[in-house]
Design a protein around this ligand. Structure first.
Ligand SMILES: N[C@@H](CCC(=O)N[C@@H](CS)C(=O)NCC(=O)O)C(=O)O
Length: 242
């Protein structure tokens, strides 16, 4: 068997997608979690200039960058169990692409966005309780830096929240069509499920997500994820009613 290494950032949802795919396929691999910040240089060194996001995967000397490329390559390397069932491979690929291009960003913007309003909650992401005063000062600085890095703004957040119900409806439709949410995990389940799992740490969003196929898929393939931003973080009226 080749030597496989997954390069990741600890809380990253596309890394959860790649990690889950490796496990489902029963492939032995080493996971290396880079520290956030220095990861930029470390990823570029391995995957080439400009390829600074996680996940990346090396298979011996081969380098594969981004979650979708990783899942496609894993499917070639170990076709069983398949992540692209033959009877709906194109639909799964399309849903996976949608999950990456239309949904994945929300998994970065919603938690970091909500944390701006409840910075003490950052302590829960490390599995501890809310932060004390000095810890919250540190969190405020870090969250500001992250907003800048990801180009976050209140306007963007408010628009993301407005658009969320339509995205959740799309996931319902994919499940109703049998593309996702079946017995076996597809690439689309892993891509979409990981993002929904991360959104579920923002308690304001739970009423929109709970009891729907996205929640079921997220909990099934990603049972554990720590962190909780208490309800009421987003300004009143920003979160759409279900
Ligand atoms: N769509 C790509 C992008 C992944 C992505 O943006 N990952 C984030 C973590 S969730 C990241 O690397 N952020 C750090 C950075 O942009 O430097 C994929 O699925 O691989």
């Amino acid at each position: 068997m080749p030597t496989i290494t997954l390069h990741a950032l600890a809380p990253s949802h596309p890394c959860m997608t790649a990690d889950a795919a490796l496990r489902l396929k029963g492939l032995e691999f080493e996971r290396v979690d880079f520290p956030p910040g220095p990861h930029i240089e470390q990823m570029a060194e391995i995957y080439g200039e400009g390829n600074t996001t996680v996940p990346g995967m090396t298979i011996d000397d081969e380098r594969v960058h981004t979650s979708r490329a990783i899942l496609a390559r894993l499917e070639e390397l170990e076709p069983d169990p398949t992540l692209f069932p033959e009877d709906r491979a194109d639909a799964v690929r399309e849903a996976e692409k949608w999950g990456d291009e239309q949904l994945q960003d929300l998994g970065r913007r919603m938690p970091w966005g909500a944390l701006h309003f409840r910075p003490e909650a950052m302590g829960t992401f490390g599995g501890a309780g809310p932060l004390d005063g000095p810890g919250t000062d540190f969190a405020i600085k870090l969250i500001r830096g992250t907003w800048k890095y990801h180009g976050l703004s209140a306007e963007l957040l408010a628009n993301d929240l407005k658009g969320l119900p339509a995205k959740l409806d799309h996931i319902d439709q994919l499940a109703a069509d049998g593309v996702i949410g079946t017995e076996e995990a597809t690439a689309a389940d892993l891509q979409i499920g990981a993002t929904i799992r991360v959104l579920m740490v923002v308690e304001d969003l739970l009423p929109l997500i709970e009891g729907r196929p996205g929640e079921k898929i997220a909990r099934r393939w990603f049972p554990d994820y720590t962190g909780s931003v208490p309800a009421g973080a987003f300004p009143a009226g920003w979160v759409p009613q279900r």
